[in-house]
Design a binder for this molecule. Sequence first.
Ligand SMILES: Nc1ncnc2c1ncn2[C@@H]1O[C@H](COP(=O)(O)OP(=O)(O)OP(=O)(O)O)[C@@H](O)[C@H]1O
Ligand SMILES: [Mg+2]
Length: 441
Amino acid sequence: MLRHALEAQGHHVVEAKDQPEAVQRLKDSPCAVVLSDLRLPDGDGFGVLNAAKDVDPELPVIVMTAFGGIQDAVRAMQAGAMDFLAKPVDPAHLLLLVERALAQRRLIGEYMLLKEELAARRGAPTIIGEAASMKQLSLAVQRAATTHATVLIEGESGTGKELFARAVHALSERADAPFVAINCAAIPEGLLEAELFGYERGAFTGATQRKPGKFELANRGTLFLDEIGELPMPLQGKILRALEERTFDRLGGTSSIKVDVRIVAATNRHLKQAVAARQFREDLYFRLSVFPITVPPLRERREDIPILARHFIEKDCRAQGRKLLALSPTAMEALREYRWPGNVRELQNCLERAVILSEGDTIYPKHLNLVAEDFTRAANPLAHLDLSGSLATVTQRAVMEVERQAIREALAESNGDLARAADRLQIGYKVLTSKMKALGM
Ligand SMILES: Nc1ncnc2c1ncn2[C@@H]1O[C@H](COP(=O)(O)OP(=O)(O)OP(=O)(O)O)[C@@H](O)[C@H]1O
Ligand SMILES: [Mg+2]
């Protein structure tokens, strides 16, 4: 009856007959709400409640109690149940509670995201990285933050330049003043000057009102000039003056305006080369690079890939209201081996897609959609195999390697449970243990 009522409203229902089965179902398929009777043939509703909270502390659980079982209901609520239903269950009441639980869960997810976003805007952003180069970088950022010096951040696309720019601001004494960003590559050349310096009413056709520029808006704070390498030559001169004299003119203005801004600039071009190619003013380059910071590409700090990956998966799972997904060992390996031309941003996008694509509780290589040619190893999966000796020897070596990998994967997926691993591999338990012995596992 409950299933029927829920399905009629478009919900997808997974059933379990007792506590052990419920625990298994919870592990197998992510769900948004748990509905459990307190009395079960095997185990009880409290066990289901605990298992649900283990999977996801935010998972709403509604318990059903017999008429008059109010003490049990209170106890369940104390143990973390969201609400209770007295039997016989009224379908309308049931649907109401389920809808409310779903709404609450969505809100929690959104709340966590907003909280993070706010923290990222206000406080120092979360920068993940344990590679030696990243630790050095974070020291450099802290040192830069205590000065008023102009900071130039160089790095490939998606390495986290903006993140570091925000960190410089958040760690500086200007943290309470605005951080204003402008992307010099995204704004048409004709509008860029007006955006940067503002304009007076009547400065040009369409300027019906005075408008402050980014330099003014960032007063006492930080102005982030993103993609500064794309700045057109004529504007380079005007920026240089603004940097040197801390004054500028609004378009159509008659007197100069004085501002107090710290400049952080970023570029994914080698600005020095642009200078050599006469596309960038040398004097501006020297002005900007008082405190240069270079963010290394992701492929040069592969040890950070696993922690970054887990961080993004956690974030996406929470955003989508799903329980935390695991990464299979082969998927992790694929992530570590890939070249990541788009760096951290590409990794982030790749995992976001993987979280959407994966139906179960694990992300496998097929969900990652990485281009095979780009694997350093998968381009030739045999590259690491020793191909010396007779054909029989080589074949045997290859078979052993494949078996070892498959067993490792199956074991990881069943949390080291040998019986379940044997099931997954469709071999007997004894065959598995003797194979492992033979393979020296
Ligand atoms: N070390 C890191 N820890 C956590 N998140 C990171 C890290 N590095 C980058 N990111 C995330 O990756 C994404 C890209 O970073 P960001 O926008 O700062 O890169 P960028 O260098 O400015 O890229 P582009 O040159 O394309 O503008 C952002 O969502 C950022 O939050
Ligand atoms: Mg950027």
